[in-house]
Design a protein around this ligand. Sequence first.
Ligand code: CP
Ligand code: NVA
Length: 324
Amino acid sequence: MTTILTPTRPPHAFGRLAKKDLLTIQQLGASDVDTIFATAAELKKNREYHNALLKGKRLAMIFEKDSLRTRFTFDVGMQDLGGSAVFMDHRDARLGQREAVKDMAKNLERWVHGIVARTYKHRAVEELAANCGIPVINGLTDYLHPCQALSDLFTLHERFGSVKNRRVVYVGDGNNTCHSLMHVCALMGAHITVCSPEGYEPNARVVSEAMIMARESGSDIEIMNDPEVAVRGADAVYTDVWASMGQEDETEERAAIFEQYRVDEEMMALAKPDCAFMHCLPAHRGQEVTSPVIDGPNSIVYDIAENRLHIQKAILVLLMGAKA
Ligand code: CP
Ligand code: NVA
């Protein structure tokens, strides 16, 4: 098939993702992820070329929590594609406090073509999506972080060619980042081991969802508590902060509980020699990861951060670009 590229139409636009929401990886099939990866690769290769794909399109960015990467890459991504973004700082008030989330959604859909929301409660992004006809993208909730997971796997896909049968080991808190990583690995056939202290394992519902997806993709899902056992033979070791946004008052208590789960050179030495080190960032050096590991030759943390831009541009084009 010949692919004709133009500044307004990449090879994968106008597909089945048009007008859809992206609240969880569970809304995607493996072929959707392939489409997102192929589109991201094209947009990455020809960054200057596709500068009119979202011409005239506006994105609302509603953030209840701090952000560097998500905020910046969605905003720059819209500018790269010829559109624009309006940032709505919601850090001082939860969604629904001033007016019903439903009313907010019904106003925004009259003005913009898509919404990215970063909220505490996952229910808030679901409520936005249920009450408007424009795509709503999850920019992180307490429960899930799907855009991050897509960028994580895309970066591994670039490094390894295929993620199928690669072993990703997540060491740390069974949090939002971990949940979406489990979903995407299970969907795409990468093996995923999660190693957390007792009581901090991933949500049981996410584990069973991942297991169901794994039946089809052939990936192995393992949940354990011993990091020395977990990281043996890993192709990638992933960690995230021990206390997420909203859990700041548990920081001290968690630091003691997670002490054995710090990713250091000794732990990385148990994995494969070329094992990649992954982190969604922001990182707390000396806590969940040591500086020699995050600054080491196998760290791909800045590649992942770079790919947030390309993956999210692909998501924006595929969800919002149908009628460009
Ligand atoms: N990884 C990530 O989502 O970073 P921000 O919190 O800075 O957006
Ligand atoms: N688990 C972290 C991820 C930040 C990108 C948090 O929710 O704070």
